[in-house]
Design a protein around this ligand. Structure first.
Ligand SMILES: [Zn+2]
Length: 189
């Protein structure tokens, strides 16, 4: 990351501002830790999707739906800079090309590790898969818990926000959408 010192100074100022003493034992190294943590939380800004995919796109005459479900994600709400996190389900209908399955969670990470709103994050993942594979259709569903809601006592301690992005045949065909939704609702075996 570019400037840890600035992040550390900002964190120290924040600690001061909320009425704490940044020089006491437990807090003395906190600015350094927070700076490192933010480096991690924001690494999506320097992620390069081409590098992530790294030629793991293969010609394949598969025409069945491919689904990777229950991908854990962690992101930061851009309105409060507090985490939201949960599970992401990605499905696509190949158009003679498939992607290495392990790449899909990495794409989810690349867009999650930024300041986001869940609605946009969902769309970005879908558009990214579309751009890489030009599939017949792609669907992304995200279920997230938002700590900015839960911690600030806006009631609803156990509510999930669900967002979806459906492109191509996932948007046009109710049958395709239903197949995708039934697969992601299947419980673990
Ligand atoms: Zn928020």
């Amino acid at each position: 990351m570019k400037d840890h010192k600035k992040l550390e100074a900002i964190t120290e100022a924040l600690i001061n501002e909320i009425g704490e003493d940044p020089t006491r034992d437990g807090l003395i190294k906190t600015p350094q830790r927070v700076a490192k943590a933010w480096e991690y939380f924001s690494q999506g800004y320097s992620a390069n999707i081409d590098d992530i995919v790294n030629d793991a796109v293969f010609d394949e005459d598969c025409s069945e739906m491919v689904v990777v479900r229950d991908i854990e994600f962690f992101s930061m709400c851009e309105h409060h800079m507090i985490p939201f996190f949960g599970r992401c389900h990605v499905g696509y209908l190949p158009n003679k090309k498939i992607i290495g399955l392990s790449k899909i969670p990495r794409i989810v990470d690349a867009f999650s590790q930024r300041l986001q709103v869940q609605e946009r994050l969902t769309g970005l993942i879908a558009e990214s898969i579309k751009g890489i594979l030009d599939p017949i259709g792609v669907g992304v569903v995200m279920e997230g818990r938002h700590l900015c809601m839960q911690m600030r006592g806006v009631e609803k301690q156990n509510s999930f926000a669900t967002t979806s992005a459906m492109l191509g045949q996932f948007r046009e065909s109710a049958e395709t959408r239903a197949e995708f939704l039934s697969i992601i609702r299947m419980r673990q075996f």
